[in-house]
Write a protein that binds this ligand. Sequence first.
Ligand code: G3P
Length: 217
Amino acid sequence: MEIFIDTADVEEIRRANELGIIDGVTTNPSLVAKTGRSFQEVVEEIVQIVDGPISLETVSTDAEGMLKEAHQLAEIHPNVVIKIPMIEEGLKAVRTLTDEGIKTNVTLMFSANQALLAAKAGASYVSPFLGRLDDIGHTGMEIIHEIRTIYDNYGFPTKILAASLRHPIHVKEAAMIGADVATIPYKALMQMVKHSLTDVGLAKFLADWEKVPNKPF
Ligand code: G3P
């Protein structure tokens, strides 16, 4: 499973990347706004830190505008993946970008049928938003199951990128179902590292080590 970090905060990206486990980055307009920094500046730093797919989102709602923005974004770095919203105009833009050899990530995905259509349009990734489905009383994880089944039934190469993950259980369940990628917020990623028994066990090992005579280090 590939692990992407879901943030536009370059310090978080830098720290997570130092762990040696980050395959890519996803951003969206809200995450960029949260940094309070200029888009261009943030993106130029991100592409220098992580050598993997970096999703950057278009903000037009018509295919022509999306394509214009996509071409501009694709110029920034070869690793840029164009994030397009799952709307009719978005599908048109995805088909054109796919035919041009530009990678896409179809976002704001909330049903298996949306994922089927995005795969037909040639999307490189689909981003089902699990947490936001949970927020409205649905079981977000169900659509990962459904999309996995549909893609496997027909051999669609589109990757399932589990998004809107809020906690480690989301990541574990998405991994067990077979999502190709999990994009994880920094906080949840750090929660995955931690276990109280690891901390207790390490403290005990270090305390006992002090009792060992003639230590080499
Ligand atoms: O990758 C999509 C993600 O950023 C949305 O997460 O927590 O705003 O639903 P959230």
